[in-house]
Ligand binder design. Sequence first.
Ligand SMILES: *Cc1c(COP(=O)(O)O)cnc(C)c1O
Length: 442
Amino acid sequence: MASPAPVLDTPDPTTAELIAARPHLSLHARDGLLMEGVPLGQIAAAIGTPAWVYSAGAMRSRLKALQSALGAVGAEVHYAVKANDHLAVLGVMAAGGAGADVVSEGELMRARAAGIDAGHIVFSGAGKTVGEIRRALEEDIAQINVESPAELEMISAVASAMGRTARVALRINPDVDAGTHAKITTGTAENKFGIQYDDAVALYAHAATLPGVQPVGLALHIGSQILSTAPYRAAYARTADMVHALRARGLSVERVDCGGGLGIGYRDEADGSPAALAGVIQSTLGNLGVKLMVEPGRWLVGPAGVLLTSVVLTKDRFVVVDAAMNDLVRPAMYDAWHGIVPVGAAVATGKVAPVDVVGPICESSDTFARRRMLPALQEGNVVAILDAGAYGAVMSSTYNARPLPPIAMIDGDKWAVIRERQAMTALWAGERVPDFIHSSGG
Ligand SMILES: *Cc1c(COP(=O)(O)O)cnc(C)c1O
């Protein structure tokens, strides 16, 4: 079983500690909270709130750090596009030499539009459609990760009809509990993901006989926000066993895709360590002579983004802000803890007291923080909700007819709007009201 939401038995980090743990953030005596060289208050004033802000520099340096740790064991980095699929973010990844892990045709086309080579794109996902498989083959991507026997047959049929050969990896379910939140664990037998471990050797052998497919290796992804190496070690050891079992049957295994899931420190946890992950990969899979890949998403972009929001009003212990669960759903969906830091210099250093920071939506789960020690906040004060770069904007909806916020990207002391605030009329732009609604009388 996956663990429940963690019990918070340590005190919340202070504003100063939150900032100190994030190298791209700093507090300036006059300009307040800076991301790289740009005061976040300046961006809020220019484009309004709520607004997302991403640090290109932080994304770039995290990618470099990950590549240098994983590159040391020969593992290629494929960025998991679903964490943040904005073209400018994908552009940072492409320029840094990352490939992509995609889970839909839309993500595949975004990755291609951002300039990521098809030869460095892997397609995962438990329910790829015929149309998506066809598109992957047309683009001639590096590999399709197969998640079920039925999907293997589909790929064989589609590829044969197109006169192509699909390079496939079987995504195995190693039945290892990643020890993370139940909604983001994926590697136990109870999950919908991957091929049951005991069925995989026979299916791989079957794949080798099918037209239109070439089994090239194994893939796995055991969950997200993983902070210890133990689950990785267990899963990769089982994968290595399977590589030996396949080879003993005379089957060729050229690649192992080690998945993503490396966690970040949202509260007082330390970031998952790329060097430790690389060490585990080396010791479990390093001597197999396979091409290795990893697919991190959150680790690369999570800390690099904030959601700026303004205080609408305060009421008893509640601070009501203009962002809501439709913008950032992680607290409501995963009980996630996100740091909250006032953007104004004078506000950020004020005396703290416990408050609940909530959005305006009529659901109790529309709560960003409970009993959080924050300085006194007043109407119009801007705060930054930290670590919102992964599974933030990509999971937004327009629930309550709230337009999607704008997004800005900072690079050094430059910044630019990379998505405009959605126009109010765009909310219903695709809607049609049929004539019979007007003609039915009353
Ligand atoms: C979501 C996902 C990832 C990325 O997970 P992170 O926790 O963001 O690193 C990688 N691979 C697959 C197959 C996924 O579904």
